[in-house]
Unconditional design. Structure first.
Length: 202
């Protein structure tokens, strides 16, 4: 079931997401949000540098996976078609701030948009994905939909944010992430903003 208030909610969500991300840092942003009875994972922004080391040709994938070291030490957030440009590297460190609260692996029910994402395997290597023939700075837009899921499904905490930094190529291929506050929190933030504006005008 679609949320009838989606246009208004998404506008407010976008403003909140932008406030949590440094305007000077060009990076791909991953936004988690509950929409009706589904959880959406949205990629936006752009890679500020991109020199592919290979290409991917195979089956399409749209999934999120977070496995601890005892089960492989893997972390995927990816949505790509049968063709994508890739950069594969050895990483120097694993992200210290991970949005997920526990281990899991789930495929999206649907996906749309560009090929994008990353796949960290065994805690020591990573592959980044971008659309075929991608040029640095070109906006990316992709949405993965997990039907019947919510924040607790992935162990996400509403209102949190951070950066997935793999220590491989500096800030060029880091991913900012944001978990949008739940609707009740958004309403309270809206009232707080109105109250502040009212006080200033008096």
């Amino acid at each position: 079931m679609k949320n009838n208030n989606a246009p208004h909610t998404i506008g407010l969500i976008s403003a909140l997401s932008l406030s949590l991300i440094s305007a000077s840092q060009a990076a791909v942003t991953i936004t988690f949000r509950e929409v009706g009875s589904s959880l959406e994972v949205e990629f936006s922004g752009s890679y500020d540098t991109w020199t592919p080391t290979g290409t991917y040709t195979g089956i399409s994938r749209a999934q999120v996976q977070n496995l601890p070291s005892t089960f492989g030490d893997d972390l995927y957030i990816e949505g790509y078609s049968a063709n994508a440009d890739t950069i594969s590297e050895t990483i120097t460190t694993e992200p210290t701030v991970n949005p997920f609260g526990f281990g899991f692996g789930f495929s999206a029910n649907s996906s749309s948009g560009d090929s994008v994402g990353f796949r960290m395997e065994d805690g020591d290597s990573i592959t980044y994905y971008a659309p075929e023939n991608y040029t640095a700075g070109t906006p990316i837009s992709t949405i993965l939909v997990f039907s019947g899921a919510d924040y607790s499904f992935f162990g996400l905490t509403p209102g949190t944010s951070g950066t997935l930094d793999f220590g491989s190529v500096g800030g060029s291929h880091n991913y900012n992430w944001t978990v949008v506050p739940e609707p009740s929190t958004l309403v309270m933030l809206g009232f707080a903003g109105l109250a502040t504006a009212f006080r200033r005008r008096r």
